[in-house]
Write a protein that binds this ligand. Structure first.
Ligand SMILES: [Zn+2]
Length: 379
């Protein structure tokens, strides 16, 4: 089975390479903004939609003029891929728009506000302790690239605080999955814990996250207290970015462990629709970070179930998993969000609210199997 897998390494660039990386990121951002402006204008004036290829042709014409000669200093892939990203952003926007979700249309990228990143394709190579990128050349990595295997499709370079990382999208041959024969499990997003499984196990948010939030706020305040444009402000911004990176790494690590364990041991994993889970969102920092984690949890489960031979089932958007009794099926009309306990007037069941929802999700797998069995019996 051929799958796309990501390999990520931290780079150890020389000063000149660091400058080249920054230039590439700058060219990618500039191209995105330029493409967005041209696209918007073409639409406003002529109701014309310009795609990445048409924009690229315009950009090539522009490159020949002396003012934009600097574009020749970077690999042609960086602007090209930025325009492809723009296409994708528009496509996503249209799709969510049609589905009735409120998603902002593609926006301009402000310097210093958006992650510095760019993508390359073409002649990319991985060596023992280095990577070879078009235009930038051979950049040493901080760790050995021993685990690497497969055909490279693209490389995304990204700056996080003061470090640069490269992530390769690689086509990898994985052993064909053997169907997992474990039990069915429902996973509901918990209120106090990250998630609750129908078998009673809980997936905690990494403790460091909650503990780290106070420090994060403190460092955020430290930034706003410093004089804009000062060296101290820059230092505080860097400290904050480093801290964000640390928390993110811990979170990603914890999520990977949880999703791998589930995908390897359960035959079917049933989760809530992502958008339902996101609706309880509020503006709190902790919650916002947890929301991101939940989307990542979905994403990892989706590909890992395919890798390991289990199945991911997403509940229909209006499935009332938290208001239904998982024992007798009685449906409550309301369930205030602060109620921790689900108590059923029908059968007297008293159960943790999140556990009840998780069990309902698990039941959905059985119901679906029943449906499939019933329809095949008819034919
Ligand atoms: Zn009941």
């Amino acid at each position: 089975m051929l799958v796309h897998q990501a390999f990520r390494y931290e780079l150890a660039p020389t000063a000149a390479q660091r400058a080249a990386l920054t230039n590439h990121a700058g060219a990618a951002r500039w191209t995105w903004n330029w493409g967005l402006a041209v696209r918007r204008k073409a639409w406003q004036r002529r109701r014309q939609t310009l795609n990445a290829m048409e924009l690229h042709r315009l950009l090539n014409r522009l490159k020949r003029t002396s003012r934009y000669g600097w574009l020749y200093e970077v690999s042609k892939c960086a602007p090209q891929e930025a325009l492809r990203d723009l296409d994708r952003a528009y496509a996503n926007w249209w799709r969510s728009h049609k589905q009735g979700r409120r998603v902002g249309r593609p926006r301009f990228k402000k310097k210093g506000r958006c992650p510095e990143r760019f993508r390359l394709t073409g002649a990319i190579r991985v060596e023992q302790d280095a990577v070879v990128l078009p235009r930038i050349g051979r950049v040493r990595t901080k760790e050995a690239t021993g685990k690497f295997c497969g055909r490279i499709l693209s490389a995304t370079c990204r700056r996080e605080a003061d470090r640069w990382y490269v992530a390769f999208t690689v086509e990898v041959a994985r052993p064909d999955p053997v169907t997992v024969t474990g039990p069915v499990v429902g996973v509901d997003r918990g209120i106090r814990t990250f998630a609750v499984c129908s078998d009673g196990t809980r997936i905690d948010s990494p403790r460091a996250l909650t503990r780290g939030l106070r420090r994060l706020r403190r460092r955020g305040r430290a930034v706003t207290r410093k004089q804009p444009g000062s060296a101290n402000r820059r230092k505080a911004v860097l400290a904050l970015a480093r801290y964000h990176r640390q928390i993110r790494n811990q979170r990603v690590d914890a999520l990977h462990k949880a999703t791998t364990a589930l995908a390897k041991a359960k035959s079917v994993i049933v989760v809530e629709d992502l958008h339902v889970a996101g609706m309880v969102r509020n503006r709190q920092l902790a919650r916002a970070i947890a929301d991101q984690g939940w989307a990542e949890f979905h994403r990892q489960l989706a590909y890992k179930t395919a890798w390991y031979g289990s199945r991911l089932l997403v509940a229909p958007r209006f499935y009332p998993s938290s208001k239904t009794c998982s024992n007798c099926g009685l449906l409550k009309t309301t369930l205030p969000p602060e109620m921790r306990l689900f108590s059923c007037e029908g059968c007297g069941l008293m159960i943790d609210r999140d556990l009840n929802a998780a069990r309902n999700l698990a039941l959905l797998a059985g119901a679906e199997a029943g449906l499939v069995a019933a329809s095949s019996a008819e034919t």
